[in-house]
Ligand binder design. Structure first.
Ligand code: NAI
Ligand code: MG
Length: 340
């Protein structure tokens, strides 16, 4: 059996709890990983005095593969988001976030969409400054959004290729080109051109982001693949997660040419950290995406099926899904399903 080398970052808050649960399931699947455990975020500050130690970057540079838990980022001031820094360091330009109805009886029964978010440009480039006027040190603030033809083209191509490979029918280009004529306009233009190259095999349309946000709530089944810029993708993917039972079920992949990082969409959930009640599904589904990425399609499928059977048939659910199961109990139930 091949033993694969990969970097493991358990993360902050609920990160260690959901990661432990996920490792148990990977183990039950019979997959062997040689984990190089590294740190990031608040736990790295505590251990190494910096939120993003060089050892962590070196490890990912070597293994090119990372499973990570959520990392805490201070709001307002403090250090810059480690997640954003890692995405930029390894040029992980495609953020892939699938949303699918798993829990029956929720608001929407047939949601099955994927948001493909540009992950390195837009308003997340870090050009966000305050200015002093008179005696007020923060009298004005300015952020810069960067959109390039090359960046837009590669994410649009990624989205259409993804659609092709995963048997998807339509790609919706989401933008705000009516107001942001230069930045969003460039993105829309380039993405439309890419869409033309797929005409006949993958359908395409485009929508303004605010309308998209509303349409997602009114009729989410109409969406298949959405491709959009960084900030819109960030917001819409949380919204999409909310349509099918919340962040506890939403995984994400950050894909570049030379490395890939798999993680839940949600954050470190400080409000429930340490209580043993976090839903590890998002982290488990992130691991399933990692297996797909490695070509272990059968194992990825087994993981997803076991998780769905646990939630739907066994009705073992964590409190965020209206159940009473603890994280560890849920993990044991998924492991049992994997083994049967
Ligand atoms: P959050 O996603 O951590 O939590 C939002 C709400 O969802 C909370 O009520 C939380 O309890 C609940 N929730 C999240 N994941 C859950 C799970 N697996 N099971 C059950 N309930 C869950 O977002 P918040 O509170 O805005 O951010 C907390 C910290 O996480 C911040 O420092 C933020 O910067 C960071 N963050 C990190 C991310 C990453 O590492 N990729 C992504 C998003 C936020
Ligand atoms: Mg987010």
């Amino acid at each position: 059996m091949t033993v694969r080398e990969a970097t493991l970052i358990r993360g902050d808050g609920i990160g260690p709890e959901i990661t432990e649960a996920t490792l148990q399931v990977l183990d039950a699947l019979g997959l062997k990983f040689d984990w190089d455990e590294e740190y990031g975020g608040m736990s790295a500050v505590d251990k190494a005095g910096t939120p993003l130690p060089n050892a962590t970057l070196d490890s990912i540079r070597r293994t090119r593969l990372c499973l990570k838990g959520p990392l805490t980022t201070p709001v307002g001031g403090g250090y810059r988001s480690v997640n954003v820094a890692m995405r930029q360091e390894f040029d992980l330009y495609a953020n892939v976030r699938p949303t699918k109805t798993i829990v029956p009886g929720g608001r929407y029964e047939h949601v099955d969409l994927v948001i493909i978010r540009e992950n390195t440009e837009g308003l997340y480039v870090g050009l966000d400054h305050t200015f002093k006027i008179g005696t007020d040190r923060r009298a004005m603030a300015q952020a810069m959004s960067i959109v390039t033809r090359e960046g837009s083209e590669r994410i649009a191509k990624y989205a259409f290729e993804y659609a092709k490979q995963h048997g998807r029918k339509k790609v919706t280009i989401v933008h705000k080109a009516n107001i942001l004529k230069a930045t969003s306009g460039l993105f829309l233009d380039v993405a439309r051109r890419v869409a033309e190259q797929y005409a006949g095999s993958i359908a395409s349309d485009d929508k303004i982001v605010d309308n998209t946000a509303m349409q997602l709530v009114i009729k989410p089944e109409q969406f298949d693949v959405i491709v959009t810029t960084n900030l819109f993708g960030d917001i819409l993917s949380d919204e999409a997660a909310g349509l099918v039972g919340g962040l506890g079920l939403a995984p994400g992949a950050n894909i570049g040419t030379h490395a890939a990082i798999f993680e839940p969409v949600h954050g470190s959930a400080p409000d429930i950290a340490g209580k043993g009640i976090a839903n590890p599904s998002a982290q488990m589904l992130a691991a399933a995406m990692m297996l797909d990425h490695l070509g272990e399609l059968e194992a990825g499928k087994r993981l997803r099926c076991a998780l769905e059977a646990t939630i739907i048939q066994d009705k073992v659910r964590t409190p965020d899904l209206g159940g009473r199961a603890a994280t560890a109990e849920f993990a044991r139930a998924v492991v049992k399903r994997v083994r049967t």
